[in-house]
Design a protein around this ligand. Structure first.
Ligand SMILES: Cc1cn([C@H]2C[C@H](O)[C@@H](COP(=O)(O)OP(=O)(O)OP(=O)(O)O)O2)c(=O)[nH]c1=O
Length: 197
């Protein structure tokens, strides 16, 4: 198999693309379908790292060349429960009610795979929501924003007004922790190659 230094992004998330562009990294997208089921007894930290790696591996397996592939996964965690993307309106409203007036964690796993070589990093951010007022969650759902976001909210969107403070990584909450991502790209010698293209 021939080698290529093109960076592949195993993701269909527009947020992840924007974030990589923010740090001047060029890439080619190779979306993958990976089951987001949580294994019995699996800790949230293990879960996001397993999925990030699974996405990167699946992306690599679909290529005809051996090249570095980046995968990521984000989950909102409250009371040790993993909140992924909401199934429907009721699910989203239940998630938002659960997040109202308290702190939760956002975990983002990022993985870089190139052939046999695999490395991953975990980013953990504490996010505090103010109390949501009556009708606010319904109105927010109607905006269409929560549907494809972990925990049914987007910090970079309208939900910014719910977020009292964060401690950790803003880009991690959005889906791709840029500090950790840059570290991985550097370690694989991808950063320079990707920025020069
Ligand atoms: C908490 C939060 C999540 N999100 C998004 C980031 C992710 O796209 C999504 C979490 O779902 P993921 O399953 O991590 O990713 P995805 O299915 O959107 O994309 P991929 O193809 O890479 O698997 O939630 C925000 O955009 N803003 C936020 O504030």
């Amino acid at each position: 198999m021939s080698r290529s230094r093109t960076l592949y992004l195993a993701s269909s998330s527009p947020r992840r693309r924007e974030l990589l562009e923010q740090i001047g990294v060029h890439y080619t997208v190779c979306p993958v379908a990976v089951s987001e089921r949580v294994n019995p007894g699996e800790a949230p930290e293990e879960y996001v790292l397993r999925l990030a790696l699974a996405k990167a591996r699946a992306g690599g397996a679909a290529l005809e060349v051996q090249a570095p592939v980046l995968g990521a996964d984000t989950a909102v965690v409250v009371d040790d429960t993993i909140l992924g993307k909401p199934r429907d309106r009721a699910d989203a409203l239940a998630m938002l009610a659960r997040l109202s007036g308290r702190e939760h964690r956002v975990l983002s796993g990022v993985a870089l795979v190139e052939g046999e070589r695999e490395e991953s990093r975990l980013s953990v951010t504490r996010v505090r929501f103010r109390v949501l007022l009556p009708g606010e969650a319904e109105a927010y759902w109607a905006s269409g924003e929560p549907a494809d976001k972990a925990g049914a909210y987007a910090i970079q969107g309208r939900a910014a007004v719910f977020v009292e403070r964060i401690e950790g990584s803003y880009s991690g909450v959005m889906g791709l922790p840029l500090f950790e991502t840059a570290e991985l790209l550097e370690r694989f010698g991808v950063a320079d190659a990707a920025a020069r293209r």
